[in-house]
Design a protein around this ligand. Structure first.
Ligand SMILES: [Fe+2]
Ligand SMILES: [Fe+2]
Length: 397
């Protein structure tokens, strides 16, 4: 009788034993044998198997295994980027032992770049990050990763960002799991093919500006930090900071956000509160998002100290804020606004160059410009069409 519970338990035991004994030890060999036997029993019943570890839940072929809720090894594997394991066909003992070894190295932190394990297809085993779909009700449901099969259109991500903004605006709550899931999902969209892509959303309606802009700034900030050679942890936290940089706009009246003409002095003052409001929402949440709070606060502060909020004493902004500032202005200029049509990429790069050293960090402008030109062919215009407009509260409300 095949049993996913017994099989996963054997994986946990094998990983525990491998952490204790050196290679070649009989205890390790036994643990690998037992686990492979149980896997063979499962694959005899089902040719392809999928396991997902999400939010403390273990999911086997779309079914939540209730008895495994909070399973320690699932939580640990998810924490190192292994949220999903798929067995696609026949696996030899040597291959299986090698794969367990890879998991053990990941868990031991010996393979720090978890971005690299996103889509490893090795020896009939595929494992890595999951594509998370956020339902209209706000719960997360796992779906099979589609990024290998087709271009994602970012519809689910757009919907999730709208819902996140709605939660922040209505309840002052920032749903961290979904924020991280969106950023991971954007990273998968960037890396689903053999070369990096820039999945940038095109604005469809002015009142969706904050949603599409947040996604684009997250993608550009991750791309720039990857181009700069930063590690996967930083890339991810810069992505989160990019996604949340304009979060404070959920507290700005919609009439001001979508106003087609010039702001009055009073309206400008209200609009310029969004960095402070955003940082406030973020720091009111439990832990882990200090960087995003800095970036939300600082992303309109110029290199020369100008911009807003006004600094009482001149000081250097966080590096991530400087990264997001460049990405933010570039995306804003390349997008249609109620008061002007979108600029071309080259014109926006020209603007960055003009203000390099005054508003923007000159080194970052250089690298960003090189990246955009190098990766011009890798732009993937996205329409986010799969997002049903009425499924979530409005982003900018
Ligand atoms: Fe902003
Ligand atoms: Fe922005």
């Amino acid at each position: 009788m095949s049993d996913p519970f017994r099989y996963l338990t054997s994986v946990g035991q094998a990983l525990a034993v491998m952490g204790l004994y050196p290679g070649g030890h009989p205890a390790r060999e036994r643990a690998v044998d037992t686990s492979l036997d149980l896997l063979s029993e499962l694959t005899a019943a089902e040719a392809e198997l999928q396991f997902s570890f999400l939010d403390g839940e273990v999911i086997y072929r779309q079914q939540v295994l209730r008895e495994m809720r909070g399973w320690e090894w699932g939580v640990r594997l998810a924490a190192v980027g292994v949220e999903r394991i798929e067995f696609l066909g026949e696996i030899t003992r040597e291959e299986y032992a090698g794969w367990l070894d890879e998991l053990q190295h990941l868990l031991a932190g010996e393979t720090p770049d978890t971005a690299e394990v996103r889509q490893l297809v090795s020896r009939g085993i595929r494992y890595g990050l999951i594509d998370v779909r956020v339902s209209a009700a706000g719960g997360t449901t796992p779906d099979r990763v589609s990024s290998l099969a087709a271009f994602p259109d970012l519809g689910a991500e757009v919907q999730a960002i709208r819902w996140i903004h709605g939660e922040a605006g209505l309840h002052g709550r920032l749903p961290l799991v979904e924020v991280e899931a969106v950023v991971r999902s954007l990273a998968v969209a960037m890396h689903g093919q053999s070369q990096i892509r820039l999945p940038l959303l095109q604005l469809k309606a002015f009142d969706q500006y904050t949603t599409t802009h947040s996604s684009n700034v997250a993608v550009l900030a991750m791309a720039l930090s990857e181009y700069l050679g930063l590690g996967s942890r930083e890339i991810c936290s810069f992505g989160i900071a990019g996604l949340l940089h304009d979060l404070g706009k959920v507290r700005i009246p919609k009439e001001i956000l979508v106003k087609p003409g010039q702001f009055t002095e009073e309206e400008r003052t209200v609009m310029q509160r969004h960095p402070v409001e955003g940082a406030r929402i973020i720091i009111e949440q439990e832990g882990r998002l200090d960087l995003a709070a800095f970036v939300a606060y600082e992303h309109h502060i110029m290199l020369n100290g100008g911009g807003y909020p006004a600094l009482r004493y001149p000081r250097d902004c966080h590096y991530a804020s400087k990264v997001v500032h460049v990405c933010d202005v570039y995306d804003a200029l390349c997008t249609d606004r109620p008061y002007r049509p979108a600029w071309t990429s080259e014109r926006a790069l020209g603007y960055l160059a003009e203000r390099s050293g005054l508003e923007f960090d000159p080194e970052l402008v250089d690298v960003f410009t090189r990246m955009i030109r190098d990766w011009e062919q890798r732009r993937m215009p996205m329409d986010g069409a799969a997002a049903p407009a009425a499924a979530a509260p409005p982003a900018e409300g």
